[in-house]
Design a protein around this ligand. Structure first.
Ligand SMILES: [Mg+2]
Length: 333
């Protein structure tokens, strides 16, 4: 067992709970080889990755860690029979990177825990990692640890991402003020057609916008515009008015609605999994941002935060009606 223990020590935070589990040993050997030359591992903040009992990260004294985690389950967040393991692996990292964008944070390292069905566990683990690595490279996120177990249940993937931001500069949900303009990146709705698997987390956009403009609050649109607006408004102790005619409706939402404009708007308001940014921006900064359009993806003014609590939808004639927040129910997509 000495050899085994040494080996487990070398493998570090991707450690083996069951010493009889050859699958994990093989997998970690494969992973170590796969990562040894991978560009994502070159981050200066990563002092120690896979290879010890835990990873080490270093940030500057005037920086803060930003930490998020998300769990995806077969049959609930994806369906193995319909989605490829590469797509599922990519998405499980991408949703965490979107939460980093929501906080205007820079992602540093990802930690991946897998509960694998016993049949084909090793192949599945490798395919999931292969799905993640291109995205990890794109955003310079180091795969720095994790854990792997086999069981008789369905595939479950839990990814944690650690990021950083300048101390006190994380973008929170709670800072919106009455009078702030409500802005979104990109176009909304119809994500289930494809976008929920292929979206680009708005990490770069969030970093750029937060560096250049005085953003008051923000989040990523994961569960549906109406629900996410309600959350930001509630956290900020205010309400919000959405202007129906201003909401950017995606081509996918229009396709889902088969040409019915009202239905397309409903898709944009409630579908979820858009993974765009929702921002509360003071009027002068919003005006500057909208005229400069500094991101590759357009930013659109879709409404205002107001002092009365509640969420309203305003039609082009100025008539307001209460908008019921309806979000994405995590079902099989
Ligand atoms: Mg989020």
């Amino acid at each position: 067992m000495v050899g085994e223990a040494n080996r487990a020590g070398q493998l570090g935070c991707w450690h083996r709970l069951a010493y009889s589990d050859h699958m994990e040993l093989e997998f970690i050997d494969w992973l170590s080889g796969r990562l040894s030359q991978h560009p994502s591992q070159r981050r200066g903040e990563l002092r120690l990755g896979i290879g010890d009992d835990a990873a080490l990260l270093r940030v500057e004294p005037d920086e803060e860690f930003v930490v998020t985690t998300d769990m995806l389950m077969d049959g609930s967040h994806f369906e193995l029979s319909r989605h490829s393991l590469a797509q599922i692996g990519r998405k499980s990292l991408a949703v965490n990177l979107s939460d980093m964008a929501a906080m205007a944070a820079e992602p540093l390292a990802a930690f991946v825990s897998l509960a694998l069905p016993k049949s084909h566990a090793a192949e599945q683990a490798r395919a999931l990692i292969d799905g993640m690595l291109p995205l990890a490279e794109q955003f310079s996120v180091a795969l720095a640890g994790g854990d792997t177990n086999c069981w008789s249940g369905p595939l479950v993937i839990s990814v944690m991402v650690v990021g950083k931001c300048a101390a006190g500069r994380a973008l929170r949900r709670s800072g919106a003020l009455p009078g702030d303009r409500m802005l979104v990146t990109g176009a909304l709705g119809g994500s289930l057609l494809d976008h929920h698997l292929s979206f680009t987390p708005r990490v770069r956009e969030a970093k750029l916008l937060s560096a250049r403009y005085a953003l008051h609050a923000g989040c990523d649109l994961s569960d549906g515009l109406s629900l996410d607006v309600a959350r930001v408004a509630a956290a900020s102790g205010c309400g919000a008015v959405l202007r129906a005619a201003r909401i950017p409706i995606s081509q996918a939402a229009r396709r889902s609605a088969a040409g019915d404009n009202q239905r397309a708007l409903q898709h944009a308001l409630h579908d979820g999994e858009d993974f765009e940014l929702l921002l509360a921006v003071p009027p002068d900064a919003a005006e500057r941002l909208l005229s400069e359009q500094p991101c590759p993806v357009p930013c659109t003014w879709i409404g205002e935060f107001v002092s009365e609590s509640g969420i309203w939808l305003e039609d082009p004639s100025g008539h307001r009606q209460p908008l019921e927040p309806r979000g994405y129910q995590h079902g099989v997509s």
